[in-house]
Design a protein around this ligand. Structure first.
Ligand code: 5GP
Ligand code: ZN
Length: 114
């Protein structure tokens, strides 16, 4: 728990969110500023600032991928496709310093990203 972290507050239910999935390790909730018809943020409950804090052998990233696939199926994105994105650092566009994936879908997504 990082007391200054907005996602830790969401995980602890100190801030509201629309939760789509929760287990002992992770939480998935609707992004407050959706960039696609389906835009879900998937986070570990443990605070990692970014990918560089994940140690080799830590299964958390694989677990977040498993949840993304489950949500893609639940949100009916598995036929049309979706994108799973992790923004890292300033140039990568990361604005919240708590490890997370974006699951985006429900429209055709351009490439390359901006
Ligand atoms: P980043 O820019 O770090 O890759 O992604 C952070 C995401 O968190 C953004 O898409 C932003 O809209 C979302 N976000 C920021 N604050 C909140 C919040 O309080 N609630 C929710 N549901 N999403 C948030
Ligand atoms: Zn946090």
């Amino acid at each position: 728990m990082d007391e200054n972290c907005i996602f830790c507050k969401i995980i602890n239910k100190e801030l509201p969110s629309t939760v789509l999935f929760e287990d002992s390790e992770a939480l998935a909730f609707k992004d407050i500023n959706p960039q696609a018809p389906a835009h879900v943020v998937i986070v570990p409950k443990k605070h990692y600032s970014d990918l560089f804090e994940v140690a080799e052998g830590d299964g958390i990233v694989a677990h977040l991928h498993f949840i993304a696939a489950k949500l893609a199926r639940d949100l009916a994105l598995s036929d049309t496709g979706f994108r799973l994105v992790m923004n890292c650092g300033e140039d990568g566009g990361q604005s919240v310093g708590h490890l997370h994936f974006h699951l985006l879908g429900g429209r055709s997504l351009g490439w390359p990203p901006g």
